[in-house]
Design a protein around this ligand. Structure first.
Ligand code: ASP
Length: 440
């Protein structure tokens, strides 16, 4: 029998109705033995996630204000689920403990973690699975960083004793036993740690979208879903704005070569997206996806004979480093060197950087440009295909988009294109059309 770890996000567990869908999904496949739930998320637009309610409630407790009403509202969210599922479970004792701990100021992480903890108890009761508190099996070190080796051992041993279990996402414990959470969205990490520890065949990450879309649905209407994507491609796309999965969830799985399947709780019939280490599965389209971000600035430094000045690039970049700025790209010409940075970060330090550059390399001219966007066209299929760049730039020319910068990584996995902010959407649509719509 296959061994699968299934993680469900907040919107998949926001109500009794959502819990039922989840129950049906789990029961449908014997292999779905280890379940990692998030806290209940939003039931409708404008609703509040339980995690945010908990942060708010704890803030009140910390300020010495009366938080009873706020806590009661949180309890109501769970009661609604319990009643809707017809369970006889009572969380009274649990809420009493939480109230006391809030009064004793047990910490913000403890507070936030209760969302997953309680949802795990409800889920275990509903499924008839064993409940395993994440504080017993997910370990952080003194510095608050995940202790991967210790976690793997503890989780592995504990999971070995259970045929089927629910492990709440998002938190673990410090060496002194106090609760510590991952960053927001961190239940994905718990799921991946469980998958690694039990040597799962598959890690299913269930959310409210049918996988990774080829591009941002706010830019292109109804973009195609990516059926298979490699970890590296995903990293490129995530960096450029597309996020379905917490970044830190990837590392533990990559080490073990465990594939991730991103699925939609509301459309379980959709196959979703497979995220894999490598594949010989030929992508349907030459490109896998298009990502992008607005809000970049470029600093172009011109100096005659720059190309023969050894150390020029280093001196330029050092100025950025000294000002605490990370750079994105550095396209260069014979006598020009350009640095792309995040505009918001750069604006505060603009004058220091310019002064620093004058001191460091005595340029003939420094030219600044703002309101730029970067678009990443990503795809393992590009490596073996001639003419990809040609098609991209022909499409952009047709759409009257002026290309400011081009950077193709030597891995041939992506082509980065710099355009003006106002051309961003047009450019993405043009690229999508030429590779996807034209092929449909
Ligand atoms: N509930 C937490 C959050 O809202 C963690 C998660 O859902 O993954 O960020």
């Amino acid at each position: 029998m296959m061994k699968k770890v299934v993680k469900f996000g907040g919107s998949s567990l926001a109500s009794a109705e959502q819990f039922r869908k989840v129950g049906a999904i789990i029961r449908e496949d014997e292999g779905r033995r280890y379940v990692v739930p998030s806290a209940p998320g939003k039931r409708f637009d404008g609703d509040t996630k339980v995690t945010d309610m908990l942060y708010g409630c704890y803030r009140m407790a910390e300020q010495g204000r009366d938080f009873k009403e706020a806590l009661r509202k949180i309890r109501e969210r769970y009661q609604e689920i319990i009643d809707g599922l017809g369970l006889s479970l009572s969380l009274e004792q649990e809420f009493e403990t939480i109230r006391k701990n809030f009064e004793e100021k047990a910490g913000e992480d403890y507070a936030a973690s209760r969302g997953e903890y309680l949802n795990g108890i409800v889920m275990a009761e509903y499924l008839g699975y064993e409940f395993v508190d994440a504080a017993e099996v997910i370990a952080f070190d003194e510095n608050g960083r995940l202790d991967g080796a210790k976690t793997d051992k503890m989780l592995g041993e504990r999971m070995n004793q259970c045929d089927r279990a629910v492990v709440p996402g998002f938190y673990g414990a410090m060496p002194d036993g106090s609760v510590k959470t991952f960053s927001r969205g961190g239940s994905d990490i718990t799921g991946s740690l469980v998958a690694k520890a039990v040597h799962a065949d598959l890690y299913e990450n269930w959310t409210d979208v049918s996988g990774f879309l080829m591009t941002d649905p706010r830019v292109v209407e109804n973009p195609v879903t990516i059926s298979t994507i490699t970890y590296r491609e995903m990293r490129e796309l995530s960096y450029m704005g597309a996020t379905v999965l917490h970044e830190d969830a990837i590392f533990p799985l990559r080490q073990e070569g465990i594939p991730i399947n991103v699925r939609n709780t509301n459309r379980p019939q959709d196959p979703g997206t497979m995220i894999v280490e490598s594949t010989c599965n030929k992508p349907k389209y030459t490109i896998t996806g298009i990502g992008g971000k607005k809000g970049f600035a470029s600093i172009t430094i011109e100096k005659a004979m720059m190309n023969s000045e050894i150390g020029f690039g280093r001196k330029v970049l050092q100025v950025f480093e000294e000002n605490g700025l990370s750079f994105e790209h550095t396209p260069s010409g014979i006598d020009t060197f350009t640095v792309y940075v995040h505009q918001a970060e750069f604006e505060e330090k603009e004058q220091q950087v310019i002064a620093g550059l004058h001191r460091a390399v005595q340029p003939d001219l420094i030219e600044l440009e703002s309101d730029l966007a970067l678009i990443a066209v990503v795809g393992r299929g590009m490596r073996r295909t001639r003419g990809t760049a040609g098609r991209i730039f022909a499409a952009l020319a047709h759409a009257h988009v002026n290309v400011k910068m081009i950077d193709q990584g030597s891995s041939e996995l992506n082509i980065i294109i710099g355009v003006e902010n106002r051309d961003f959407e047009t450019a993405i649509r043009a690229i999508y059309d030429i590779f996807v719509v034209a092929q449909l």
